[in-house]
Design a protein around this ligand. Structure first.
Ligand code: SAH
Length: 456
């Protein structure tokens, strides 16, 4: 097989990155945008030792999973890799991904519950982070990065965000053009405006607009405030986030309020939550309510328990369960999120919750050294999963139950295996789709102590 060859291919599987896979002359060929059952004519674009990459030249016979993808830029933009198949097929694939990650690691044998679909398939995101760059022709471009690239694909009205995000985006674009504001250039690390960050409190209607800048000040900021607040009186916060580092990380460490409040409010599982730009908040609010209900169910609280909420963000999970527990202790590494969590507890008059700003592993070690014994531990780590040392410390603390929530089932399966070596068994596993049309899926796992203790 050589580059540029045109080969017939039947798609038999789909990878975790949502590429279709077929075999040609014994070699696996990965094809983005393909669906299981597709009969294709594929142009080979890259050949490696034991596999190759191709792109669809022609769909000879479409898979029965295929639907109209309904987006003009989906093939160029890096966001939606599952738009071309039905949501039913998408859920089937996601259920399979999560199940396979746990099956591949031997000895984990939780009851696998059916995937919970997202309550809505479009407009579900409450946050967007749009890169802003100048095109070679000199125009201000706002959109999303193309896959594996930092080329901006202009997409003002992405179907995953509420429509008014696109209207705000266009107001910001006009402002940047009209006032000739300097735009960031990654190669030279020169120029000012890097990203537009939007967040929406779906239940309160409050909107946050934050411009990420490579500097301290935004020229003509007063005009921007006027333009935005006139068109959208629901804007409750306009901020600058200063990111002067040469990095792919979007937000820098400091925010400055230009207008309104440093936080916006939303309501999640009945708890009013204040959110700053730097605080993590689930992007699919109604999906998150479903997810946290399952977590609460798995936690099995009766009002007597000490609940340790590790990786707690703005405290949303612990606070939503505080009325069912004796006490909640939350640990989170981002200072602003911990401040939000404390404020959220005060606002909700929740008096049995405390929050600490610390690394989860370090905090757990100190709490264990003080002799703290939580009854239930919630783990909700970022994609890379938990530190092994944290999982070992939890084993020593010996809570009755553990609930793990994860946006990466591969690291969740790995961490589950470690907990299983430290005295626990995984009882139930459920995938929850919070990210329709994309290759992401959330999962929740419940654990109880293994009878007889740790099995090494
Ligand atoms: N439970 C929260 C947040 C989950 S996202 C919610 O549901 O909203 C994961 C969180 O872990 C983020 O807030 C991130 O800042 C935090 N985090 C990342 N590394 C951490 C660490 N080493 N120790 C504690 N928190 C960490």
């Amino acid at each position: 097989m050589q580059k540029n060859d045109l080969v017939p291919l039947t798609i038999t599987d789909i990878t975790n990155e949502a590429s279709g896979v077929g075999r040609y002359e014994g070699m696996a060929v990965f094809v983005p945008g393909a669906a299981v059952g597709d009969q294709l004519e594929v142009r080979i674009v890259k050949v490696l030792k034991s596999y190759a990459y191709g792109k669809i030249e022609q769909i000879v016979r479409p898979s029965s999973d295929r639907i109209e993808d309904g987006c003009g830029v989906s093939r160029k933009c890096g966001g939606c890799s599952l738009r071309h198949i039905s949501y039913e097929a998408e859920c089937r694939i996601k259920q399979n991904w999560v199940t396979e990650h746990f099956r591949r690691i031997g000895g984990l044998d939780p009851t696998i519950l059916p995937i919970l679909p997202s309550p809505s398939l479009c407009g579900y995101r409450n946050k967007a982070q749009y890169p802003i760059r100048r095109s070679p022709e000199g125009q201000v471009q706002i959109g999303f990065f193309a896959p594996r690239s930092h080329r901006v694909v202009e997409n003002h009205f992405c179907d995953l965000q509420p429509r008014f995000f696109g209207e705000i985006l266009e107001l910001v674009q006009n402002f940047l053009e009209t006032y000739h504001i300097s735009i960031y250039d990654e190669l030279s690390h020169q120029g000012l405006v890097r990203h537009l960050f939007l967040r929406w409190g779906e239940q309160t209607g409050q909107i946050m607009v934050c411009l990420v800048i490579n500097g301290k000040d935004l020229p003509h900021a007063d005009s921007l405030i006027q333009i935005l607040t006139k068109a959208f009186p629901q804007i409750a916060s306009i901020q600058l986030n200063c990111n002067t580092a040469k990095t792919n990380v979007i937000l820098g460490p400091n925010c400055r309020v230009l207008y309104g409040s440093p936080v916006i409010l939303d309501i999640l599982c009945g708890v009013k939550v204040a959110l700053s730009p730097l605080s993590f908040y689930q992007v699919n609010r109604s999906g998150a309510e479903k997810l946290y209900r399952i977590a609460a169910d798995f936690a099995g609280l009766t009002g007597k328990e000490l609940l340790l909420d590790l990786y707690c963000g703005a405290g949303t999970i612990g606070l939503s369960m505080a009325h069912l527990a004796r006490e909640v202790i939350g640990v989170e590494i981002v200072k602003e999120a911990v401040e939000n969590a404390k404020e959220n507890a005060r606002r909700g008059k929740i008096e049995n919750a405390r929050f600490f700003c610390d690394d989860a592993a370090g905090a757990a070690r100190s709490l264990a050294a003080e002799g703290l014994r939580p009854d239930v531990v919630i783990l909700d780590p970022p994609r890379k999963g938990c530190d092994r040392s944290l999982l070992e410390t939890i084993g020593q603390m010996a809570p009755d139950r553990i609930v793990m929530i994860s946006c990466n089932s591969a690291t969740a399966a790995r961490d589950t295996a470690i907990l299983c070596q430290n005295g626990y068994q995984a009882v139930q596993l459920q995938a929850v789709d919070m990210f329709p049309r994309t290759a992401h899926v959330e999962c929740v796992v419940s654990f109880v102590q293994t009878p007889g203790g740790a099995s090494y």
